[in-house]
Design a protein. Structure first.
Length: 174
């Protein structure tokens, strides 16, 4: 199973990218691709810009990458209760090519943050919106207080680790 791991942040030390990669590695039989959002830069979405210059190549590459995989693990950074600006911008551009941009792929939807809520606001938002845009959300998982519960590439709390492993297993189930 080809699994696309996305940390929906442009931070070079993204905690969401770390969580997405860890979760993807837990999917039985996964061949994991790490998608670094920093490689998909696009100008700020504008209908005027779209009419003038067309859709940026980064949006087509994002869509092509999604389509080339069997499943998606995405961990969302929460910025003021919503998606990071870079992810939202890429998402907006890509939806202009294909509204159901998640291409009916099974998805493990994650979020984490340094705080106790674990980016639960953006997780709830995506849980409502992503299925309308072609995601088959098989499981969700929020990791609160990232620095307290994640070290050496894995979750240190055994109960939370078991919950994530169960969620990853649901992604592989047909």
């Amino acid at each position: 199973m080809k699994v696309l791991a996305i940390g929906a942040s442009t931070s070079s030390a993204s905690i969401n990218r770390q969580l997405a990669l860890h979760a993807a590695s837990l999917v039985p039989g996964a061949e994991v691709t790490d998608l670094d959002l920093r490689t998909l830069e696009a100008p700020m979405f504008s209908v005027d810009l779209e009419e003038q210059d067309g859709i940026p190549e980064a949006a087509q590459r994002f869509l092509d990458t999604i389509r080339a995989h069997d499943a998606i693990v995405i961990s969302l950074a929460e910025h003021n209760g919503s998606y990071s600006a870079a992810f939202k911008n890429l998402y907006d551009w890509t939806s202009r090519i294909e509204y159901r941009l998640w291409s009916d792929k099974p998805m493990l939807l994650l979020a984490t943050s340094p705080g106790e809520r674990g980016a639960s606001g953006v997780l709830a938002l995506a849980g409502t919106l992503f299925p309308r845009m072609g995601a088959e959300v098989r499981a969700t998982f929020s990791l609160p207080s990232f620095q307290d519960h994640f070290a050496d590439g894995k979750i240190t709390d055994s109960e939370m680790a078991a919950d994530l492993a169960a969620a990853a297993s649901k992604l592989a189930a047909s």
